[in-house]
Ligand binder design. Structure first.
Ligand SMILES: [Zn+2]
Ligand SMILES: [Zn+2]
Length: 363
């Protein structure tokens, strides 16, 4: 079928809106008419890893309506409203244990852009292959192919144009807090970096019952938003020593600390901000070697976190419930753009002006 997609042809280039051809779903695939797709920082990763065959369609926070299902698909039907998330195999030890974020095939299914067998179902106007399985979806398009495992069926009364970010960025922040770091009522939580992941972590800290929530960032407008979303304290890292500020607030350091920046200096501050026995989570794409002081890890538990450690089939419905209860206003992070303005949306995300751009694919 003909569909419209934002195609990235060159790692350093801009997206181009093109008419492309999308094949029929295979037996295990579903065809989704995409209503909207959030733009996540990971969408810029193909520009630098060399893992993805170009040209590629990215986008991995899609939401839409199922238009066709393959012969072996169960649990998803034509007409279902779905949120798209990362893909997983369903059978490896991690998937069997309910932690598909640690699936053995996580890298290949999500960060390459092809099916596991290397094929793609999309061709451009010249008949050349276009990679169409980024995070098992490639949702910067009016239609995409996914699998039953990476679509989560939701109530058709919900606003699909807002739900896409639940599939990655919001899930990553919330899952890090309620699953990986397992923050408990009355505990203290520090979140370094107040972007989409960090602010989602702040909101999840409120849901988890954390009574001290410290947000750290370099931008005053993000710290203001963090306060509105539930941070009890904010620290401008350009002006203050983060670990010293956290110790001043918590006495002996925080129970749980989440770094969303991947910046080695900030990761070291995250370790220093945790109390003895505290838990530290790292979710950012690390930007350099992490050198640790001899005593930096003593008595602390460090989690390297992917997708919040979440199972989307479990966490996405829970987050929707929190949102419906008014406890998790993730949609306050969103600013919408038409798909044709995807380059402006990417720039707004990278500059920090917009926390969570969402592309309206308008099909
Ligand atoms: Zn698996
Ligand atoms: Zn993402």
């Amino acid at each position: 079928m003909k569909t419209t997609a934002a195609v990235l042809r060159d790692p350093a280039g801009a997206y181009a809106i093109e008419e492309v051809d999308l094949g029929e779903p295979r037996d295990d695939e579903v065809l989704v008419r995409v209503v909207a797709s959030g733009l996540c920082h990971t969408d810029v990763v193909p520009r630098s890893t060399g893992l993805s065959p170009f040209p590629i369609v990215t986008g991995h926070e899609g939401a839409g309506v199922v238009e066709a299902v393959g012969a072996s698909v169960e649990g998803v039907a034509v007409g279902d409203h779905v949120v798209l998330s990362f893909d997983s195999c369903g059978t490896c030890p991690a998937c069997a244990a309910g932690v598909p974020a640690h699936c053995e095939t996580m890298l290949f299914r999500n960060l390459v852009g092809r099916r596991l067998d290397g094929t793609t179902a999309m061709t451009d106007g010249s008949g050349d292959d276009v990679s169409n399985r980024w995070f098992g979806q490639s949702s910067f398009a009016t239609h995409c192919l996914a699998t039953a495992r990476n679509v989560v069926v939701v109530d058709p009364g919900l606003p699909l144009e807002r739900l896409g970010p639940l599939g990655c960025g919001v899930q990553t922040g919330a899952g890090s807090v309620v699953i990986s770091l397992a923050v408990q009522p009355g505990e203290s939580l520090v979140v370094l970096g107040a972007g989409a992941v960090g602010l989602s972590a702040v909101m999840a800290g409120v849901v988890a019952g954390a009574t001290t929530i410290v947000a750290v960032d370099l931008h005053a407008h993000r710290l203001d938003l963090a306060r509105e979303l539930g941070a009890t304290h904010v620290v401008d890292a350009s002006e203050a020593d983060v670990a010293a500020e956290v110790l001043a607030v918590t006495g002996v350091g925080a129970h749980a600390v989440l770094d969303t920046t991947g910046v080695p200096d900030v990761m070291r501050a995250a370790l220093a901000a945790a109390r003895p026995g505290g838990r530290v989570g790292f979710v950012g794409v690390q930007t350099g070697d992490l050198v640790l002081d001899p005593l930096a890890l003593v008595g602390k538990v460090v989690h390297g976190i992917l997708e919040g450690g979440a199972d989307p089939q479990d966490l996405i419905p829970r987050m929707i419930g929190w949102w419906q209860d008014g406890r998790f206003p993730f949609d306050r992070l969103i600013e919408t753009f038409p798909l044709a303005e995807i380059n402006e949306a990417e720039e707004a995300s990278l500059s920090g002006r917009v926390v969570k751009p969402v592309l309206l694919t308008g099909a």
